[in-house]
Design a binder for this molecule. Structure first.
Ligand SMILES: O=C(O)C(=O)C[C@]1(C(=O)O)C=C[C@@H](O)C=C1
Length: 274
């Protein structure tokens, strides 16, 4: 089986993929952006993909929600990975000389307190270890990368400052993707819906949420994203604590569609702690 995730080596996505798919039979394929992973699953280049969806400090990884809008993929699993972020630097670099900090935006956002303290500028890369790799090739003693301990080993960097994330209980939730649903749906206990209202009206979100509460369906996550068509118009990602095979979830979808909303069931899954 081919498993795709965000590379290069040493990303948290890689750690999540290797822990989730512990089977040695798997062939792993790395992609340079989260978007590319979604595309690879959609186009059948890989059998499974793994992408981050939410971080305990930073919240939703919008590259993933936006990618879910444009790609036809199925969420078949969810995994939560503890995340420890360190400031990596070239050997011989001094912490007080670091004026630029490089990483993927969600990782930089998890270290806002630290980057403010050291008064560093931030520079965006497509992954934590992509920033570490670039740093190792740059020769820059005035720059650092926010990445994992494993990335420090792989790219021969030093840990200039350990555990720089704002909160010690840091973790990231990943989604496991496939092109189509497979057999284990009846064992799932969560599902994700993407609801795109076709017209704006007073109390729109309240009406949508009421469908779930009236059917006694608990919601575990809700996120609104702009439709990108007109300012002030949104679509909603809703995670319900019920698998798609359950009668009440099917009822909720039917009612929402009867109200005229576009509803796409994005997946059905259960959580695995990594
Ligand atoms: O860059 C990586 O190492 C990733 O796997 C991406 C990512 C993310 O975008 O949230 C995953 C987990 C951590 O929250 C930091 C970075």
């Amino acid at each position: 089986m081919k498993v795709g995730y965000l590379g290069p080596k040493g990303t948290f996505s890689e750690e999540a993929a290797l822990r989730y798919f512990s089977d040695l039979e798997n062939e792993t394929i790395m992609y340079s952006t989260i978007f590319d992973v979604l595309e690879a699953v959609d186009e059948g280049q890989v059998d499974k993909g793994i992408v981050p969806i939410e971080n305990a400090i930073e919240g939703t990884i919008t590259m993933t929600t936006d990618g879910l809008v444009n790609h036809d993929v199925w969420i078949e699993g969810e995994a939560v990975l503890p995340v420890k972020l360190h400031l990596l630097a070239l050997k011989g670099a001094k912490l007080e000389d670091i004026k630029e900090i490089w990483s993927i935006p969600p990782a930089l956002a998890q270290c806002r307190v630290f980057t403010k303290e050291v008064r560093a500028e931030t520079k965006h890369f497509s992954s934590t270890s992509g920033a570490a790799e670039a740093l190792s090739q740059s020769g820059r003693l005035d720059a650092g990368a926010v990445a994992s301990e494993l990335a420090a080993q792989i790219f021969d960097l030093e840990i200039a400052k350990r555990d720089i994330h704002d909160n010690n209980c840091n973790s990231t939730r990943f989604l496991i993707l496939s092109k189509t649903p497979n057999g284990n749906i009846h064992e799932t206990d969560k599902s994700m819906l993407m609801i795109t209202p076709t017209e704006d009206r007073p109390g729109l979100l309240a009406i949508i949420l009421n469908v779930f509460s009236s059917l006694d369906i608990n919601l575990s996550w809700i996120e609104s994203r702009p439709t990108k068509k007109k300012l002030g118009t949104y679509r909603f990602f809703i995670e319900a604590a019920l698998g798609v095979h359950e009668a009440n979830l099917k009822k909720a979808v039917t009612i929402l569609e009867a109200y005229g909303h576009e509803v796409k069931v994005l997946g059905s899954y259960k959580t695995k702690k990594l």
